[in-house]
Structure formats: C-alpha cells, structure tokens
Design a binder for this molecule. Sequence first.
Ligand code: AKG
Ligand code: FE2
Length: 369
Amino acid sequence: MVVLAKGELEQIALPAVQKAAPPLADVPEVDLAAAASRGAEGRAAAARAVAAACQEHGFFKVTGHGVPLDLLARVENAAAAFFALQQRDKESAMSAVAPGSPFGYASKRIGSNGDLGWVEYLLLGVTAAGASTGDHSADEPLLPAPADEEAVPSAWRRCSFRDLLNEYTVAVRRMTCEVLELMAEGLGMEETDVFARLVLEDDSDSMLRVNHYPPRPELKHLQQLHGGGGGGGGGRVTGFGEHTDPQIISVLRSNATSGLEIALRDGTWVSVPPDQGSFFVNVGDALQVLTNGRFRSVRHRVMVNSVRSRVSVIFFGGPPPRETLAPLPQLVGEGGRSRYREFTWREYKSSAYRTKLADNRLCHFETTS
Ligand SMILES: O=C(O)CCC(=O)C(=O)O
Ligand SMILES: [Fe+2]
C-alpha cells in the first residue's frame, strides 16, 4: 500500500481543469519477427520504421520480440505478490541496501528532490550477470525471505523473484540490443553496434524498475482543494510525474491497465493503450545527444485513473559512467552544428541528481552557437 501523509495528496493530484483523460495515442509498431523473416529488405524497412518513430515521437511499440510470454506473466505475478506483502516485509526485503543508495524498495518518493507519486517501486542495478541492488555478491539472494513467513503469499514463497528478474533482464537486454541495432541502421550508421555496445559493456549503467500503482486514492478532499468538479469519480492523480528518461533507451512492459501517457511534439498529451504482450520503447536523453537531436527523448507520465492496479517493469539501458557522450560525427555532418557539448555519463548523472523529475536535464549540455 502507498500511504500518504496529510498534505501529500495535494501534490500528486492534477488540478480539476485537467481531469479528462487525453485521447488515445496511435503508437507506431515494429514487428521484430517479421523483420527477421523477410530478408534484407524486411530488415531495412523495419530500421526505417524505427528511425521514423524515434524522430517523430521518441516512442514506439515492439511486437514479435521473442521474449517468452510466460516469462512476462511470471514476472508480473511475482511483482504483484511482492507488492501485496506487508509494508514492513517489503522494506525489510531490501534492508541490505546501503543508506542513500537509489536502489531498493520505495514508496511514493521518486528521486531525492521531493517528487511524489501514487506509486511504490523496486529499483535494481543491472550488472553483466543480471539485476541486483549493487550491494550484494552474485551468490547472495537479492530479496531475502521476509521475517514473517506466515505473511508471505504462497506464490511469493515458491518463486525466487531475484532469479526471475535476472532471467527477464537477460532476455529484455538482448531484445533491446536488437532494437538499438535497428536504430543505428535506420540512421544509416556503418557501425550498427554503435548504441548497443554501450549497453553491453560490463560496467554499463543499466537499471530495472518494477512499478506498482495501486488504484487511485479517494479524492474527496481534492474536490474542495481544486474548486470542485474532480470528485471521487473523475479526478486524476499522478502515479509518476512527467519526465524524460535519462538513459539511452527504456523498454517497458506493463499489465493490461492503462495509465501511461506521452507528450507529442506539439506538447499535447495522448494516452497509450496498454498491450501486455508487447514492449514499449522510449528514446532516452543520452540517445537524443548521440543522435544530435535527430531522435527525441519522449516526455511521459503515468496517471492513476483506473480502478485497477498497474504493474510495469522497465529496463533502462545506460552507458558506463566513464563513457564520453557527444553527438556522433556522422550525424552532425561536415560543417554541421553539434547541439550538445561533450560530457561523461557520470557528469550527466551528477547534474541530473540535483534536478526535479520534470526538469529539462539536457539544457545544461546544449551548445549555444
Ligand atoms: O510505470 C510506467 O508505466 C512508466 C514509469 C516511468 O516512466 C519510469 O519508471 O521511468
Ligand atoms: Fe520514465
């Protein structure tokens, strides 16, 4: 359960003027299996479609991805079982995480600068071996059994969430790299692994986030706060406030509950119809830089507008901290303008650490002339 203290609910509710859900998005789709089965021409067409989607929206859907559907269902069930545990068990399951670490279990606090959402989540670092809190050796259980065995649902007792998330991460990272190769091909890059290799390094800064958005809270108080009209039936509550993802790429899978919304180029919001058999891909800030702004990192948010819980799992593919990022010369072109100065991923992260969720983090790295 996400529990809100007095005053916090007001921070996650949108004003009554924004109470209507936006129209449905027409999300571009890329079928990886079809691309693979149709020879060089099929692959080139898929690469063009990926690049077009990244330029226009920074967002698209992947079907024919090859990640077994039963693995997706098992991860979803295990996540639901974890979030159904008692609060103290969820917290103690991650108690080995070092204080101040961004990893582990958290409820409603997103980042360390006061952002709140109607969400609870697990954030795990991804090493070459799979998903971990970054504080355990590979042999130690990532999520030890809660102290009170009686309180643990049987589904949770039977499976090892850690092993499952590792299996999931390995499969999704593989598919992510296929997508990154298509992106490079779509941009006409000779080195088609120019993006994928950054995510495959031993010290790549990748992460896995498992989000749980319980059904929205009672909105009686908000009706008064925002001048009425919202009410218990129609008000909108933020699960995850608007932002762009910092890394190169994010690959998201959710259950069948809606909530994800993306901003189009003109700033209007559209709602993404959920599809539990597919993955959604976001272009991240780092890829916007590498492509000199040809691909755009998509602004997105999650609204808790359903009576059902939403569970999502997101793989964030990031470069190693030491990696220097700058627009690729082939994409700047001779005599062209580089829109971003060179910086390391470590530098970007420490700058981003001081920002609020909705801030534009890339403006600090833009060139002026
Ligand atoms: O949970 C979702 O559907 C999206 C969450 C998100 O944007 C994030 O974790 O960065
Ligand atoms: Fe995100």
